[in-house]
Design a protein around this ligand. Structure first.
Ligand SMILES: [Zn+2]
Length: 149
C-alpha cells in the first residue's frame, strides 16, 4: 500500500533514463512512491514545469490500481528507448505499452492543467523537449565514441 508520495523537480541528468518524467518505488520502502520531473529553467514555466510530475502521478496511480507493476513499465520503457533511439516517439503512445491507457488519461490531465495556467501547449512541449534532445545527442555521441574504440 502506498503511504507516501514525493514529487521532486530534478536536473535532467539526474533522471534514471532519458525521460522528463519518471516514477518508481523507494528501494528501501515499498510504501513510498517517488516521482521525478525534470526542472525547466524557463521562468515562464515556474508552475507549468510541475505538469510532468502531475502526469506521472496520475499515470502511476491509475497503472498501479489496474495491477500494472513498476517493473513492467520500466522494462517496456527501457527496451523502447533502445528500439527508438532515432525517432521521437514516446513509449506511452505505443498501444503495446503496459500503461498506454493510463498515459492517455495522464496526458489529458496534463493538457487541462497547462491550459488552466494559460500556457501555450506547443511552447510547453518545445521547452520540455530541450533537455531530452540534449541528452539524446550526448548519448549518441558517447555511443559513437564507444563503438569507434
Ligand atoms: Zn505518460
Amino acid at each position: 500500500m502506498i503511504e507516501r508520495i514525493t514529487l521532486d523537480l530534478v536536473d535532467h541528468s539526474a533522471q534514471r533514463y532519458n525521460s522528463v518524467g519518471d516514477w518508481y518505488f523507494d528501494e528501501h520502502d515499498s510504501t513510498h512512491l517517488i516521482i521525478k520531473g525534470t526542472r525547466l529553467p524557463n521562468p515562464a514555466l515556474t508552475f507549468a514545469q510541475w505538469a510532468v510530475g502531475i502526469h506521472e502521478l496520475v499515470e502511476a496511480l491509475a497503472a498501479l490500481a489496474a495491477g500494472v507493476t513498476a517493473a513492467e513499465v520500466d522494462a517496456f520503457d527501457q527496451q523502447f528507448e533502445l528500439d527508438h533511439a532515432h525517432d521521437d516517439l514516446e513509449p506511452g503512445d505505443d498501444p503495446r505499452c503496459p500503461v498506454f491507457q493510463q498515459h492517455q488519461l495522464a496526458l489529458a490531465v496534463e493538457r487541462m492543467f497547462i491550459k488552466a495556467l494559460g500556457v501555450d501547449w506547443e511552447q510547453y512541449e518545445a521547452e520540455m523537449d530541450k533537455p531530452w534532445l540534449k541528452r539524446r545527442r550526448a548519448e549518441a555521441r558517447h555511443n559513437a565514441r564507444q563503438s569507434a574504440k
